[in-house]
Design a protein around this ligand. Sequence first.
Ligand SMILES: [Zn+2]
Ligand SMILES: [Zn+2]
Length: 350
Amino acid sequence: MEVLQTLYHELISFLGIGQLLEMYKTGDYKALLTFNGVLTAVSPVIPFLLLLEIGRALVYKRFKVEDYKMPFFIFVLNRFIGRFISIAAIAFCIGLFEKLALFHTTFTWYWLIYGYIVWEFSHFIYHYLGHKVRIFWCLHSTHHAPQNMNLFVSHAHFFLEGPYADVIRTTICILAGVNPPLLFFIMFIDGFWGAFIHVGENLLPDGRLGFLNKIILTPSAHRVHHARNPLYMDTNFCNLLNIWDKVFGTFQYEKKEVAIEYGITRQLNPNNLLDVYFGEFYYLWKDIRKAPGIKNKFLYIIMPPGWSHTGDHKTANIVKAAYQQEEQQKAQQQAAEQTAVLPLETSQAV
Ligand SMILES: [Zn+2]
Ligand SMILES: [Zn+2]
């Protein structure tokens, strides 16, 4: 019975409907008029969309257990270990850095705009490092392992990634003067939007959201981020506002002619939890072991994925540059062929 009760509580918590059920039981809906009440009402939206997404996939016979299985296992694993470390990390950083803040802000709409821009910057830093520093890629790659996109992918994270992300983001925001209640509100919006941008093609085939694609980071832009195509690699690190990707030149629109291929570039067994969760650690360890000298061993830890002590690098930047050169050559060749054909056609016409 106890097991059933635990499962029931887990389900209610996952669906985010605990407080709404409480209101229903007591018949007291006044809380919905408060700020916290509004947040309570918004919480079930993403779980509801996830169920809708699974439902649609079932109806159209596109549902594949393997699309959801691995993110679900990881979600269960993180439920037990990841969440508490993350909460502790946030509290620790606030306590440590609040007195060192440059200045202090309050909970107003204009500080919300300021706070969100700072938050997005801190998110960019954490996420950029997650892709460009090999040891951090070991933590982040679990999120990039799924070979399909759906709302459950937002739960697929290595359990230490949350605390590491929160240490960087909280530290930057608190030092920049973002007040803690404002920070928690921003985290709430970020969590909501960060989950929504993982909506799959089953529920939202075109993720560009019309004109919004130009001003915010849409599901389409995040699908690009999850792609392993050379053109799309290491782009779109932001979460809601795409300003920092535009500032640092990492923004990339989804191109109709370049179909997204989800996943990471190395051979991976997406159905093997050990490979998805620890695979990158294993390959890093292998590289460190074979590297000559302490300096090379250390460089493997901090250099981007694909860096090699032999000089034969296969980093995202190098793969992308080779792709762009190839594309340029193709375009030049096509242009040359057209100009070669043109006089012939003209002379025939004459
Ligand atoms: Zn990423
Ligand atoms: Zn993602």
